[in-house]
Design a protein around this ligand. Structure first.
Ligand code: ARG
Length: 658
């Protein structure tokens, strides 16, 4: 049962009987910060008192009178100015847990009474280039949300909106036509395509940097230098206040200038990488128009050019296979992987329909939707006739609505695309798409230890596959050292490998999920693999530790569950553990409410700590009598099962020993 939701609903009824509009205050029922105020606390009497012009304590008294919670709580207590403190009944807690013992499937998790249909759009990498660290967040957050929504009883359709139709294909087509090594392409297609992609991208960037970016910044520097010279005069002004202001502006401008120069330096060193390599330099000289040529190859593909289409047909499977490999390792699956290419036939229709309805119009040759509150229009067709990312997204929504009739479409995509989604959603509303909730679940950047976006030493994106390998390797070292430090090591070498896989991959996923998704976070193997703190390793270790009790006590856990052993809650730390266990449902509900899996990691971490104090205070195997021993073993079992399920909902596997 979701206790919090239940209490809120009971409060809702009581509140409405006091004042018809008061129901909204039910959200002010919250878990107590401190056990001495009970398990839950309601602060609604204060604002309500103010509204009705009555003393809050009186309101609290009336509320408590109307409140029907006798089945689950002790008599509510009114404290201080009008706080209502609620303490769950021991018998009720016991009943809940006892039911959970016998319900391995649902494990006490409340199923929603209002199932919704969600389309979840996550991972969605652009293929033809290898997956990199930037893809981890969308993949892991999306997968966790998918699992949790399903656990709560919603219908979820997961769809990997793969970027399989963009410029990156123009790059590999151009690369294939000019630079391919035929012997390699047959042998390891993906490796050769990656090489081609990187080479072409590097050459395009080279010319773009040399011909566009550097001159633009050089111009900015010249202008800024001139402005700064003028500003120097202003710092000689008579009036002190004016002089101070001028000095401040000057400092700002100088800061800006320093920033521009740093950018310029890094651009120049990028160019130097090519210039200093005779082979690359020769290629760059021989392919001056490469930027435009790549766009032309892309355009040819889009307009049905036979050769390019054949190359695409030939290369796409290999690209998909390489991302599949990453998903297999991560244990991530999708119901559909309808890439951008899937929507090609719909794009012209989208533009036509929006134009016909007067929603899109031509501007500088391009077809645009102009939106209130947005300076820039949403461009759906370029001057040269090409369709855009935006057009595909419009067609995709159209398809999803027809095909799956979702109540909600969720896009798990990084925050840099916020504007795109704002414009997409606004355009959809204009287009008459009304009944579906549209959510951009955005997230921050993965940073390196230097606080800048995580890159390899050479400045390129960190490949995802290598990242996973490294985490597993490091986990293996930790697990092995830990096991070797035992008097008699526990784990066989296969077991060590399996544990290392789960701990290593778990570490990466958990570190990502435990951060508030909207913040950036620093990627640190040391932190994420730490045995202490809010990490996967700690949670997996907690799980294994609880399970080890059953081994040590030679307890048949299946038999224990099936027995009629009962739970008793006499010690405060037993009771605290019971309360924590009943909150699982609540935590999952919170995740779904704002699409933040970190509510679940926080819950699990709290559960593990509560379990630790229980374990310190309450002997389990050496309990005073066998009844108490069974009761405590049941609490251990529920804890282990809750941790395992919680981690599973985050896409993380547990290990029996580590
Ligand atoms: N392929 C895009 C990228 O890598 C993300 C796609 C997200 N989904 C969507 N429907 N736009 O930036």
């Amino acid at each position: 049962m979701n206790v919090l939701a239940e209490l809120r609903s009971r409060f809702h009824t009581a509140l409405e009987s006091l004042d018809t509009a008061a129901g909204e205050y039910a959200d002010m029922v919250l878990p107590s910060q401190d056990a001495k105020f009970g398990d839950y606390q309601a602060n609604c009497a204060m604002p309500l008192g103010k509204r009705l012009g009555k003393p809050p304590r009186d309101i609290a008294g009336q509320l408590v009178e109307k409140l029907d919670v006798a089945d689950l709580c002790e008599t509510p207590e009114i404290a201080g100015p009008g706080f209502i403190n609620l303490r769950l009944k021991e018998q009720w807690l016991v009943d809940q847990l006892q039911q959970t013992v016998n319900d391995p499937q649902q494990l006490g998790i409340a199923v929603t009474s209002e199932p919704r249909t969600y389309v979840l759009d996550y991972s969605s990498p652009n293929v033809a280039k290898p997956m990199h660290v930037g893809h981890i967040r969308s993949t892991v957050i999306g997968d966790a949300l998918c699992r949790i929504l399903r656990q709560l009883g919603h219908r979820v359709i997961s769809d990997n909106h793969i970027g399989d139709w963009g410029t990156q294909f123009g790059m590999i087509i151009y690369g294939y036509k000019h630079f391919v090594d035929e012997s390699l392409i047959g042998e390891d297609t993906v490796a050769e395509l990656t090489r081609l992609y990187k080479l072409v991208n590097q050459l395009v960037e080279y010319h773009n940097t040399l011909e566009q970016k550097i001159p633009k910044i050089e111009q900015e520097v010249i202008e800024l230098v001139a402005r700064i010279e003028q500003m120097h005069d202003a710092t000689e002004l008579e009036v002190v206040k004016e002089r101070k202001k001028a000095a401040k502006r000057l400092r700002q401008a100088e800061g800006q200038l320093a920033g521009l120069r740093t950018t310029l330096d890094s651009l120049r060193s990028k160019v130097a990488v090519v210039d200093d390599d005779p082979k690359l330099a020769a290629l760059a000289a021989a392919h001056r128009e490469i930027g435009a040529a790549v766009l032309a190859e892309t355009a040819a593909l889009h307009s049905g050019d036979k050769t390019n289409q054949a190359l695409w047909d030939r290369f796409l499977p290999a690209c998909l296979q390489s991302i599949e490999e990453v998903y297999r390792r991560l244990g991530v699956t999708f119901d559909h992987a309808l890439g951008e290419s899937f929507y090609q036939s719909r794009l012209a229709g989208v533009v036509e329909d929006l134009t016909k309805r007067g929603l899109a119009r031509e501007s500088d040759g391009a077809k645009c939707v102009f939106l209130k509150d947005h300076k820039a229009p949403f461009i759906i067709q370029k001057k040269d006739g090409a369709f855009l990312y935006a057009t595909t997204d419009l067609a995709t929504v159209q398809y999803r609505l027809e095909e799956w009739q979702p109540d909600t479409i969720v896009y798990v995509v990084d925050h840099r695309q916020s504007l795109h989604f704002e414009q997409l959603f606004a355009t959809l509303r204009l287009w008459g798409v009304e009944d579906v909730q549209l959510e951009h679940v955005s997230f921050g950047t993965v940073l390196g230890e230097d606080g800048r976006p995580y890159k390899t030493r050479s400045g390129s994106a960190v490949g995802l596959s290598g990242l996973l390998d490294e985490a597993v390797q490091r986990a293996k070292k930790i697990v092995s050292e830990n096991d070797d430090s035992r008097e008699t090591p526990l784990l066989s070498s296969e077991e060590r490998q399996q544990v290392a896989e789960r701990v290593g991959l778990g570490a990466i996923k958990y570190a990502d999920l435990a951060h508030n998704r909207t913040s950036d976070y620093v990627f640190s193997y040391d932190k994420m693999l730490a045995m202490n703190g809010n990490t996967a390793a700690y949670m997996q270790y907690s799980y294994a530790r609880v399970r080890s009790i059953f081994d040590r006590g030679e307890v048949d856990v299946e038999a224990l569950r099936a027995s009629n052993a009962t739970i008793t809650l006499n010690e405060p730390s037993e009771r605290a553990l019971a309360v924590a266990l009943t909150r699982f449902s609540e935590a999952l509900q919170r995740v779904v409410a704002d699409y933040r899996p970190n509510h679940l990691t926080a819950y699990l971490f709290d559960l593990a700590s509560t379990y630790s104090s229980f374990f310190e205070n309450c002997p389990v195997l050496k309990a005073e009598n066998s009844q108490l021993r069974s009761s405590r073993l049941l609490l251990c079992d529920l804890t282990a099962r809750t941790i395992a399920r919680g981690l599973n909902l985050l896409g993380i596997e547990v290990v029996q020993r580590m």
